[in-house]
Design a protein around this ligand. Structure first.
Ligand SMILES: Nc1ncnc2c1ncn2[C@@H]1O[C@H](COP(=O)(O)OP(=O)(O)OP(=O)(O)O)[C@@H](O)[C@H]1O
Ligand SMILES: Nc1nc2c(ncn2[C@@H]2O[C@H](COP(=O)(O)O)[C@@H](O)[C@H]2O)c(=O)[nH]1
Length: 211
């Protein structure tokens, strides 16, 4: 009896269930997330990752990422500051414990945008998120989108496409993702995403209304 009460209390303290978004670079994760967070600004909070890659034009330190040196990031990883970290396309990326806690402290649904190594590592933790994979309709379309974004060097495009092949296969493995969304038509993909998250959105809105 006491144990059940404790578990319920603990779940309430931990806040709503986080969301992990994964999928190949260029599939459209950030595009969909921006739409989602724009429509539901007091429901979701973004877990701001650390990275050693350089900011792209328009990206802001502390908002898109925490941009750090490899030495600084490695020191944080060695110190146990990260829930997960991975090398992707020649740079380090990682989710700090502080980034997740900052969102959960506001009782918001914490969103993590991470690669497939991150998904594998988060599965070893007790975060218990809902896993959502955003996939492109094909590798050819993905390449067009990555090139069309004009953010990557040729070398980086090639690295990202190699990683994408593995990611597209990974998304087909049973029981890895709760939801797989093919981002072909943006509005349709966004509709599928909102539908998949309806219950979680409703729960947070209800909790906020009653507090
Ligand atoms: N459904 C779509 N149709 C056409 N273009 C799209 C669609 N979704 C996203 N895009 C475009 O594709 C490009 C890549 O999208 P986005 O940056 O959101 O990908 P991402 O998955 O977040 O990539 P990364 O993992 O590298 O951050 C962008 O230029 C975006 O405008
Ligand atoms: N494992 C992690 N992967 C992350 C994290 N933050 C972002 N990412 C993934 O990296 C690639 C490339 O991102 P880009 O911004 O350089 O295009 C993309 O797939 C992201 O999902 C993280 O903290 N951990």
């Amino acid at each position: 009896m006491y144990m059940r009460h404790f578990i319920r209390l603990f779940s309430a303290m931990a806040g709503p269930r986080p969301l992990v978004f994964s999928g190949p670079s260029g599939a459209g994760k950030s595009t969909l997330l921006k739409k989602l967070m724009g429509e539901y600004d007091s429901v979701f909070g973004f877990s701001v990752s650390h990275t050693t890659r350089k900011p792209r034009p328009g990206e802001q330190n502390g908002i898109d990422y925490h941009y750090v040196s490899r030495e600084e990031m490695q020191a944080g990883i060695d110190n146990g500051d990260f829930i997960e970290s991975a090398e992707f396309s020649g740079n380090l990326y990682g989710t700090s414990k502080a980034a997740v806690q900052a969102v959960q402290a506001q009782n918001l649904i914490c969103i993590l945008d991470i690669d497939m190594q991150g998904v594998k590592n988060i599965k070893k933790t007790d975060l218990n998120p809902l896993y959502i994979s955003i996939q492109p309709p094909s590798l050819e379309v993905l390449e067009e989108r990555l090139r069309g974004r004009k953010t990557e060097s040729e070398e980086s495009v090639q690295k990202r496409l190699r990683a994408a092949k593995a990611d597209m296969e990974f998304s087909k493995e049973p029981k890895v993702f709760d939801v797989v969304i093919i981002n072909n038509n943006l509005e349709e993909a966004y509709g599928s995403l909102k539908q998949a998250l309806q219950e979680e959105i409703h729960k947070v809105k209800k909790t906020k209304a009653s507090s």
